[in-house]
Ligand binder design. Structure first.
Ligand code: XIL
Length: 603
């Protein structure tokens, strides 16, 4: 019943089928094999977040470069973009080490994250102290800060994607946090200088340096994403203080006359340093921080991840036994499963060290590779967190995880759009799911609630062309437990294009012994009135085409047609794929056809 090929006589159908077979022969003659037995971490996570590591100028050798090319797509300078490395006296700037790193990164197609502009540590005295070590005044320190950030963030503009603008500004607090300024690090030399001359009657305090730093950074490099970065970000008081500060300063920025882009936040991202131990903190605390930071309206980077074996001040261990490696790997697996669950808001995960020897916490063997660069259990855990947990008899989070899909990846600017969103969190009993259109953290549609796993996002007028996302948030009660996103392109007005094509299919994952049906909606905007051909083909694990169904229809300019095709799936479905092709069948007899859209693959 799906072979609605009413336009064909049988001779045409045979030659068409031949054409199809020949085309598939060309497509799949060369099997694509995994080139390496040691898969790329960055590839595994490419749809979720950037994956990074750190480097120093004396490590730009071939071995390290190969390792980066294989596993990472973003780099942070471990030390050489810190203030003391760049400027040891007022007016004196030395970018040579940082340049070496940036040139290396550019040559290898690796993005650079800037670390760090304003910090109490690894920074030169001139910024905030006199020669005799007495603090500068608030206004002197402010001027120096502006000069430094202008010079440095200005110099690296276009070369870094993001900056840790302020690093580690909190210390020594406890719950409840009522005013975040009272739990900032008051012995930071920046705080001390800013307090020197602060008019407390006007509400000024030493903590004001934080806001200034972000404003100066925005002005010096408007294209960089600005991050606030801190450690022990899983402590309840610090989580709260960080979130409150971000909310407060972003609110303040809304009314700042220097704000020329009201849609954009000042502090756009929180960096969770994530210097963990296998025994501390519990992974659930990490999750609570992710949830709180999402609520604060910013994205997240996991900026300096390492998981030392044991606990703080516990016995150190430079060679882990297999069992210890597994324990550490399980912690990594839990973390990465969770990062994936919230990947709509996590933009980058950077490991703080290439291997256990090259680690600032080498005594705790905290990384994915051992001292000889060999993969540890932790590496395999990061590669496949759910699989790793199951292998060790543990229940993976992914069993309860949210899977999402939509019926389209493009809509047209200015036109109405109806997007079907499916979400499934199979084993969570009672949950609520909402979906909305988003770009750079800003909502472009209402929030639509899903009922029975499906909703329709009705958008009366799609916004201007660009790269958007459909964000899907899942809650149990009022607690977010997953947040995923699907990319969505909004294209220019369709009058420029010949066709608009949307493809939907069911079921969303190939299921044994079930009917598979694809529906392709085609609107022809201009061109000749020629038939459009849809082919749905099933391939087995050896890439042999074992079933095919096709349909063709004439579509006149201005018309939309729905083309359905499908077949029963076999009982043995493992490793099979369905590919859906849409062709412009200008001359089917001579097989002069051109593809109208990307091939959709269903696994
Ligand atoms: C560390 C480096 O890894 C060491 O080489 C250096 O001696 C000290 O700093 N938080 C940060 C990083 O933001 O800059 C620190 O890096 C680790 C803690």
């Amino acid at each position: 019943m799906f072979m609605e090929n009413k336009k064909f006589n049988s001779k045409r159908s045979v030659s068409l089928l031949m054409t199809v077979v020949i085309i598939f022969g060309m497509f799949f003659a060369v099997p694509v094999l995994a080139a390496d037995s040691n898969p790329s971490l960055a590839d595994i996570y490419k749809d979720s977040f950037l994956l990074g590591n750190i480097i120093s100028p004396n490590q730009l050798d071939a071995e390290t470069t190969n390792m980066f090319n294989q596993h990472y797509n973003v780099v942070t300078a471990e030390n050489h973009m810190k203030p003391n490395m760049i400027s040891n006296a007022k007016g004196v700037y030395n970018f040579s080490s940082a340049d070496a790193i940036i040139n290396w990164a550019q040559n290898n197609g690796i993005k650079v994250h800037g670390h760090t502009l304003v910090w109490h540590s690894q920074s030169p005295n001139w910024l905030y102290r006199n020669q005799d070590n007495t603090p500068l005044t608030r206004s002197e320190a402010r001027q120096n800060m502006q000069e430094y950030i202008n010079r440095v963030a200005g110099y690296f503009a276009g070369k870094v994607i993001s900056w840790d603008v302020v690093n580690e500004a909190f210390e020594g607090g406890s719950l409840p946090v009522t005013d975040w300024k009272t739990v900032t690090r008051s012995n930071s030399p920046w705080y001390i200088a800013y307090a020197n001359g602060a008019d407390t009657s006007k509400g000024e305090s030493g903590a004001d340096y934080i806001y200034d730093a972000f404003v100066f950074a925005r002005q010096a490099d408007p294209n960089a994403i600005l991050e606030y970065n801190d450690f022990n970000e899983t402590d309840a008081w610090k989580r709260e203080a960080m979130a409150m500060m971000v909310e407060d300063l972003n609110e303040k920025w809304l009314n700042d006359p220097r704000n020329t882009d009201p849609g954009r936040k000042l502090i756009e991202r929180i960096g969770m340093q994530s210097h963990h131990y296998t025994q501390y903190p519990p992974v659930s605390w990490v999750e609570a921080s992710i949830q709180r930071f999402i609520e604060a309206g910013v994205t997240i980077s996991v900026s300096e991840l390492d998981v030392g074996y044991g606990r703080h001040n516990g016995p150190t261990n430079r060679t882990l036994t297999y069992e210890q490696q597994v324990e550490q790997a399980i912690y990594y697996a839990r973390l990465f499963e969770m990062y994936k669950a919230y990947d709509a808001h996590i933009e980058r995960v950077t490991l703080w060290g290439q291997n256990d020897a090259r680690s600032w916490r080498a005594d705790y063997s905290p990384l994915l590779f051992d001292r000889e660069f060999a993969e540890k259990e932790a590496y395999y855990a990061v590669l496949d967190p759910s699989g790793y947990l199951m292998k060790n008899g543990l229940t993976p989070r992914s069993l309860y995880d949210l899977t999402i899909s939509t019926d389209t990846d493009t809509i047209v600017a200015g036109l109405p759009a109806n997007i079907i969103v499916n979400a499934n969190a199979a084993d969570i009993g009672d949950y609520k799911v909402v979906a909305y259109l988003d770009k750079d953290g800003k909502k472009y549609s209402d929030e639509f609630q899903l009922v029975n796993g499906t909703t329709r996002l009705t958008i009366p007028n799609a916004p201007e062309a660009g790269q958007y996302r459909i964000v899907v948030n899942a809650y149990t009660g009022s607690t977010l437990f997953a947040s995923k996103a699907i990319p969505l392109t909004i294209t220019e007005d369709s009058s420029e294009k010949d066709y608009t094509i949307t493809t939907t299919y069911q079921p969303s994952v190939l299921t044994a012994d079930k009917m598979f049906t694809a529906q392709v909606n085609v609107t022809r905007h201009k061109g000749e009135d020629v038939p459009v051909l849809v082919i749905v083909a099933l391939f087995d694990r050896d890439e042999r085409m074992i079933n095919v169904s096709y349909i063709s229809k004439d579509i006149e300019v201005g018309d939309t047609e729905r083309l359905n095709a499908g077949f029963m799936l076999p009982v043995d479905i493992e490793g099979h794929k369905v590919r859906i092709f849409v062709w412009d069948g200008i001359d089917l007899e001579n097989s002069d056809m051109r593809p109208l859209s990307d091939v959709v693959t269903v696994q």
